[in-house]
Design a protein around this ligand. Structure first.
Ligand code: NAD
Length: 258
C-alpha cells in the first residue's frame, strides 16, 4: 500500500460492500478496512449461516449473505447490519454479473436477469441503505457501473443497458438525497483483471481492449478501490452525481491509435 493510501480517512465508519467477496468488491472492502472503516462484505457467495456475533469476521471483514436480486434478502441483510452496528455510513454496490451476448441472440430471460442483478439490485440495496442513512443523518454511496454503460460495445445489449441504467439511477439518487447529506457517485471502470473478466475475456477481446485503451493495459481491482475510497471520504465532500471513468483513457479516446 502506498504512503498516500495509508491515510485513515474512514475511521469509525460502517460500510457495506455488495459483491465484496470477489474482484473489485473484495479490493474495495480491503481498502475501506485499511482506511479505518468496519466493513461488511455482502455477497451471494457468502456462507448461508454467518454467526451474528462477529465470529465470522475474516481478516477484519465481516461476510454476510445477500442476494441483491431478492427484495426480502436485501431488506433483511441491511436491517441486520444496522441492528448489529447501529448505523450505516457507506455503501458500495459492486455486486454484478456480466456476459457478452449479441443483441440479435439475447433472450428476454437473459436480459431480465442482467437487469435484475445489476440495475434492480443496485436500486434495492441503494434504497434500503439510503433509508437507514436518512435516519443516521447522512452517508456516501458509490455504484460500480462500467464503460459499457456509456458506450455501445458489441455484445453488451443487456449488460450495457443495465449499467447505463445504474448511471441514470445514481444521478437521480444524488439529486433526491443531497438534502439528506447523502452523496451518490458512480465509477465507470474499463477492463479490470478480476475473476469475472478471466471468465469472459478471450484472447480476441483482450487484443481489442488493448488497442482501445490508451494506457495499453487492463486495470487492477486496487485501482478501482482507491477511487471508491476517495469518493466515500470527506475528500470528496462536494462531489455528488459524478460519473468517474477509471479506464486507462478509454472514454477520452477519439480516433484509435496505431
Ligand atoms: P466478480 O465476479 O469478480 O465479483 C462480483 C461479485 O458479485 C461476486 O463475488 C459475486 O458472488 C457477487 N454477486 C453476483 N451476483 C450477486 C447477487 N445477485 N447478489 C449478491 N452478490 C452477487 O466481478 P468484478 O469484475 O469484480 O465485478 C464487480 C462489478 O464491477 C460488477 O458490477 C461489474 O459489472 C463491474 N465492472 C467490472 C469490470 C471488469 O472489467 N472487471 C468493468 C466494469 C465494471
Amino acid at each position: 500500500m502506498s504512503m498516500l493510501s495509508a491515510a485513515r480517512r474512514l475511521a469509525g465508519k460502517i460500510a457495506v460492500v455488495t459483491g465484496g467477496l470477489s474482484g473489485i468488491g473484495a479490493a474495495v472492502a480491503e481498502r475501506l478496512l485499511a482506511e479505518g472503516a468496519y466493513v461488511v462484505a455482502a455477497d451471494v457467495s457468502a456462507p448461508d449461516r454467518v454467526p451474528q456475533n462477529g465470529a465470522a469476521v475474516l481478516d477484519g471483514i465481516e461476510p454476510v449473505r445477500l442476494d441483491v436480486a431478492e427484495e426480502a434478502s436485501v431488506a433483511e441483510c441491511m436491517a441486520a447490519v444496522v441492528a448489529r452496528h447501529g448505523r450505516l455510513d457507506i455503501l458500495i454496490n459492486s455486486a454484478g454479473i456480466g456476459r457478452d451476448i449479441p443483441f440479435l441472440d439475447t433472450l428476454a430471460a437473459e436480459f431480465d436477469r442482467m437487469i435484475a442483478v445489476n440495475l434492480r439490485g443496485t436500486f434495492l440495496v441503494g434504497q434500503a441503505a439510503a433509508r437507514h442513512m436518512v435516519e443516521g443523518g447522512g452517508g456516501a454511496i458509490v455504484n460500480i457501473a462500467s464503460v459499457a454503460g456509456v458506450r455501445g460495445s458489441r455484445g453488451r445489449a443487456a449488460y450495457g443497458a443495465s449499467k447505463g441504467g445504474v448511471i441514470t439511477l445514481s444521478q437521480v439518487m444524488a439529486v433526491e438525497l443531497a438534502g439528506y447529506g447523502i452523496r451518490v457517485n458512480v465509477i465507470a471502470p474499463g477492463p479490470i483483471e478480476t475473476p469475472l473478466v478471466a471468465a469472459i475475456h478471450g484472447e480476441a477481446i483482450r487484443r481489442d481492449w488493448l488497442r482501445q485503451v490508451p494506457m495499453r493495459r487492463y486495470g487492477m481491482p486496487e485501482e478501482i478501490a482507491g477511487v471508491a475510497a476517495f469518493l466515500c471520504s470527506d475528500d470528496a465532500s462536494f462531489v455528488t452525481g459524478h460519473v468517474l471513468a477509471a479506464d486507462g483513457g478509454f472514454q477520452a479516446c477519439g480516433i484509435s491509435m496505431p
